[in-house]
Design a protein around this ligand. Structure first.
Ligand SMILES: CC(C)(COP(=O)(O)OP(=O)(O)OC[C@H]1O[C@@H](n2cnc3c(N)ncnc32)[C@H](O)[C@@H]1OP(=O)(O)O)[C@@H](O)C(=O)NCCC(=O)NCCS
Length: 184
């Protein structure tokens, strides 16, 4: 049954947020955990996007052409990701971030499992590029990605300031890939 919403009881700001959420396209729900495709106002998630990619002008290069998904647990936003079509039956995970207070609880893994299933069948390969950060590379390996190639000096050539992770400056972009045709 469609839930009735008393719009007079909520502020204009909350009403806008509610409209955004209702416009988002529910993909998966078990009543507690939900994954929604975000169809409008993707910039409302900028705080999380910046955790994975700290330069907004770089995010702007893929945000609109990308498909964005958000994972909610008990209606609380936990993790977002953006996936782009790179042609040649390849999709690329451009950004994935979990709210810091909910990291290491398995939400990132769940969202990667979802997108792997979502794009399998239509695409052969899921790519992801990351800085040379051991924790992040391990996270992708634990989620079925294998080393593919590197782009030398990607971070030093494309970002307007040095990017550090765990005290180490990122220089090359490391690409990992997962064959979706092998999925699951
Ligand atoms: C990478 C990230 C999305 C993982 O999300 P998550 O919901 O914590 O993922 P899971 O709970 O499924 O997996 C946790 C694993 O992530 C790895 N990890 C990667 N980066 C990490 C970080 N900064 N802090 C803690 N764990 C991290 C660990 O190996 C951890 O494994 P463990 O629980 O066995 O120690 C999350 O750490 C994050 O948002 N980091 C900041 C943004 C970012 O760097 N995104 C990737 C850009 S390429």
């Amino acid at each position: 049954m469609q839930q009735k919403i008393d719009r007079s009881a909520i502020s204009p700001d909350e009403s806008e947020k509610l409209k955004d959420k209702l416009a988002d396209n529910l993909q998966v729900s078990d009543g507690i955990l939900e994954i929604r495709q975000i169809l409008r106002h993707k910039k409302r998630f900028l705080d999380l996007l910046l955790l994975a990619d700290e330069q907004e002008s770089m995010i702007n290069l893929y945000l609109e052409r990308g498909e964005m998904f958000a994972l909610y647990d008990q209606n609380i936003l936990r993790t977002i990701c953006v996936v782009t079509n790179e042609g040649n039956k390849t999709v690329e995970l451009k950004n994935i971030a979990t709210d810091p207070q909910y990291q290491k609880l398995g939400y990132g893994k769940k969202l990667i499992k979802f997108i792997s299933e979502h794009y399998a069948g239509k695409y052969d390969t899921l790519l992801v590029g990351t800085g040379e950060s051991p924790l992040t590379v391990l996270f992708y390996e634990q989620n079925g990605f294998k080393y593919s190639h590197r782009i030398k000096n990607f971070f030093t050539d494309n970002y307007d300031h040095p990017i550090y992770e765990d005290g180490k400056q990122l220089v090359d972009m490391i690409y990992l890939q997962k064959r979706l045709s092998d999925w699951p």
